[in-house]
Design a protein around this ligand. Structure first.
Ligand code: TMP
Ligand code: ZN
Length: 429
């Protein structure tokens, strides 16, 4: 299927407008990571899009080479916030940190961009705050509204921000968890935040931390929804361009190592906590401003792309059965880029009802529920949802006790002998 009409090649940096890019890694053409297919459908017109990573030599934003039209990506959206203990605990922590550091009070207005099914805002409601969600996905916003979280079905922009301010007043916090990296027109979103934010309010985003992606070889987190991969120093410069000041960072473990970053109006009383300068110094000492660190990353990615299918082929060749654990979006980068298909992976087991019964995009590996996996246990689970390694391995103590093993794909492919090793190897302990 022709994809030209729905993609745009990136020329200017969306943070600093520079045009001098370092090519980091090309991952070929892949299907959309959330493009789960109905087995009844014909697959011959399944769309594939170029997937490549480039680095701005001026501000060191890491960006995809191509942007897929957001109307294609986000109007009907497969991702719903994982109902995992890890995520529930994290969401409570986001509320506590925000409240304690930025003097949020009961009745403060919290507006969340990309609010998904509303789980994060429900945690704010419990703390007595007023909440409003904004999410373009019609299917998802419907679920949130039904759960009592008022949600506008919109892409957040200046117009939406003005309407919200007129109807609900200024926001004490605007939150965007794992959505800011999806935004192409960052200037528009920050202008909208400028319209809506209370003079003492904060704009808080949570994004995967680019330093962790490089360090742990998390190349599978590269997919078409994730347009940007941020360092703190890049964000400091970005916010400054838009009249905001980056005042706080909290490193959090979710999604392979993320940062919860808060910015306030430059003319507000909020000043940066020491962690901001500390992380900028860490990035500087990691040489993120030179080309070498990205060349090294590309080399490590190439190593995994070679080694993982080799490992799986050897196991299958000796009669072992392998299934995927989880069907997260990033698993589809991993499987497609490594050329791992239904010849190596019998099925992927995932708890999300929406995904069960479908097949994975590109590889067409069937997705089953946990009951199926219990009845048909493989010898090895390839841990596609490696960001939940600890929780999953605790859950699967029977599988391990019966001789089953997990394979973690990153930072390097490895067979995990027991529970206590998985988090360490996957780097999420
Ligand atoms: P995420 O990393 O994007 O949240 O996706 C994780 C996927 O893994 C999601 O589809 C749910 C699935 N999953 C399971 O199937 N079992 C589990 O125990 C956990 C924690 C997640
Ligand atoms: Zn730049």
């Amino acid at each position: 299927m022709s994809t030209n009409a729905t993609t745009r090649r990136v020329t200017h940096c969306r943070v600093c407008e520079a045009t001098d890019w370092q090519e980091v890694v090309s991952l070929g053409d892949t299907p959309l990571a959330g493009g789960f297919l109905d087995p009844a459908d014909r697959y011959d017109d399944e769309p594939f899009f170029p997937l490549g990573l480039i680095s701005c030599r001026s501000c060191r934003l890491l960006s995809l080479t191509h942007v897929v039209d957001p109307e294609v990506l986000f109007r009907v959206y497969a991702y719903t916030t994982s109902e995992s203990q890890t995520m529930r605990t994290h969401m409570t922590r986001v509320v506590e940190l925000s409240r304690d550091r930025f003097a949020l009070a009961p009745q403060s207005l919290i507006v969340e961009i990309g609010s998904n099914v509303g789980d994060q805002l429900i945690a704010y409601q419990r703390a007595g705050m007023r909440v409003l969600g904004v999410d373009p996905a019609r299917n998802i916003a419907e679920i949130a509204n039904a759960a009592g979280v008022e949600t506008l079905t919109e892409f957040f922009d200046v117009g939406v921000a003005r309407r919200i301010r007129a109807q609900y007043g200024p926001a004490k916090q605007i939150l965007g968890r794992h959505v800011f990296a999806h935004v192409d027109d960052i200037a528009e979103v920050l202008a909208g935040a400028g319209e809506l934010l209370d003079p003492d309010g904060v704009f808080t985003i949570e994004v995967p931390y680019a330093l962790e992606m490089l360090r742990r070889n998390e190349f599978d987190t590269i997919y078409h929804e994730h347009l940007s991969y941020f360092f703190i120093s890049t964000l400091v410069a970005l916010f400054a361009r838009h009249g905001l000041r980056l005042v706080d960072v909290e490193r959090v473990a979710v999604h392979g190592g993320s940062v919860l970053v808060s910015a306030a109006r430059a003319d507000s009383a909020w000043t940066p906590r020491p962690i901001v300068a500390e992380l900028c110094a860490l990035e500087e000492s990691t040489d993120i401003n030179g080309d070498e660190v990205y060349r090294k990353f590309a080399g490590t990615v190439a190593g995994t792309v070679r080694e993982l299918p080799e490992l799986l082929r050897t196991l299958v060749g000796s009669g072992k059965r392998i299934a995927g654990y989880g069907a997260p979006a990033k698993g589809n980068t991993l499987l497609n880029v490594c050329g791992i298909g239904a010849d190596l992976i019998e099925y992927c087991c995932d708890t999300t009802p929406f995904k069960q019964g479908k097949v994975q995009p590109g590889t067409h590996i069937p997705i089953r529920g946990p009951e199926y996996a219990k009845a048909n246990p493989p010898d090895y689970f390839l841990l596609l949802a490696w960001n939940y390694a600890d929780e999953i391995i605790q859950q699967e103590s029977d599988f391990l006790a019966n001789g089953g093993r997990f394979i973690v794909p990153v930072p390097r492919p490895a067979i995990v002998p027991g529970a206590s090793d998985a988090g360490r190897i996957a780097g999420v302990a």
